[in-house]
Structures are given as structure tokens and as C-alpha cells.
Write a protein that binds this ligand. Sequence first.
Ligand code: ADP
Length: 248
Amino acid sequence: MAADTILQTEGLTKDFRGFRAVDDIALTIQRGTVHALIGPNGAGKTTCFNLLTSFLSPSSGRITYKGLDITGMKPAAVARLGLVRSFQISAVFGQMSVQDNIRIALQRRRGHSYDFWRSQRTLDSLNEEAAALADSVGLSDFLATPASALSYGRKRALELATTLALDPEMLLLDEPMAGMGHEDVERTTELIRRIARSRTILMVEHNLSVVATLSNTITVLARGKVLAEGDYNTVSSDPRVVEAYIGS
Ligand code: ADP
């Protein structure tokens, strides 16, 4: 595995009772890039995503993360290695404030039990770190707001903050813009761009203008296979890609 490769799949295949949803996929993700997985409905994006985070085990093939074979590992073990799926471990507790939600995620990373915050100094330092994370996702004005009172877009920002609290090296985002209005899309695009300065990101995303704006590399799937790969200009001008989208 090349030094600049963080994640690689070889022959990744998933059958559902005889139906091949993911068919012999070889993916190489470069460290420090934003890599998007796109394709028409039914292309196998979600299945691929679930394989990469060990939510599904492959029928055959191999997944290597930072030189380590992670095929078949438990999702939590994969997450501990720094490969984290947003919204995976980061349940947001509606009744709790933004700050408390982030603080609990931070405590989880540090392996603290919940009553650890008896020490005022520990609590203060956690709160400080939580406030900084809230600030980094644009939630500094909402520290005391219960998560359930946040707008949809801000709730997703909070979910991202609780994921970032785990300090992942590589982040997998499943349709980060889904259900968002224009303003939230703009804000989230900016946020992902900032996160990408220090982490590797793989995302499945339907919003192609977001994909064009953010991605260094795009892999287009169709019928479980890689149809095309490259930067946005390369894949969007590929007649097979145009055809797959129109034909879907
Ligand atoms: P995408 O995310 O690109 O829309 P999916 O990965 O969800 O595609 O699905 C790829 C194909 O696999 C689809 O035809 C879908 O019906 C099928 N599929 C996905 N999950 C299952 C499952 N659990 N059982 C059977 N078929 C499935």
C-alpha cells in the first residue's frame, strides 16, 4: 500500500441472496483528500459505505486501512482505529444541551465514565474543549440550547461535532447534505472544507454541485461496479457517466 494511501479495497463484493450489489470494487483513497462516491440510485453506494465501516461484511474482498486488514472487524474497533462514520457512535441526545452532547462525546473518547466530571477541573477543561468544537461547527451561539430545539441543519452540525470529538483521522459521511435547504448546504460545505484541512473524508452525496465543490477525487458507481474515477471535470464529461445518470 502506497504511503499516501489511507484506505484501499480489493475485490470488494457483496451479494444479497444471489444479487450482487457491490461487484469487485477496487477503491484507493489518498490521505488528506475529499473523495466522493456517486452514482445513480441502486448503484451500490450505500452498500459500499456500509462495507467500509463494517456495518456489513463483504461476501469477498479485502479492506485495508492504514496498512491494516480491517475486513470483518467490528464497527467500534474500526472507529477506534480512527475511521469513523458520522452519526455512527454519535447519537444526539435531544433533551441535552449542545455543550453537554459534545462533552459526552469527548468523555467517550477519553474513556471516562460519566461520573468522572466530579472533578471541577476536568469538567472545566471538557467544557472548554466542547465549546471550541461547537465553535468550529458554527454552534457557539447555541451552547445551552437543547439539541431537540436546533434546526435540522444545525442538528447535523452537532452530529458532526460529536463525531469530531472522537478525533477521527478519516471521516465517512453518508449524504451530509440530505434534506438541507440552500443556506444549510452552504454552511455545511464550508464546514466540511474546514474539516478536510486536517482529515481524510469519504462521502456519499447526491448534490453534484457540492461534490464538484468539495471533492478531489470522485468514484462513480453503477450497477455495483466502478464506472469512472477522477476529478469532477473528468467524470462529468465521461459519456458513460452521463448515460448512467440519464438511464437511471
Ligand atoms: P445506492 O446507495 O447506490 O442507491 P444501494 O447500495 O442501496 O445503492 O443498493 C444497491 C442494490 O442492492 C440495490 O439494487 C438494492 O435493492 C440492493 N440491496 C441493498 N441492500 C439490500 C439488502 N439488504 N437486501 C437485498 N438487496 C439489497
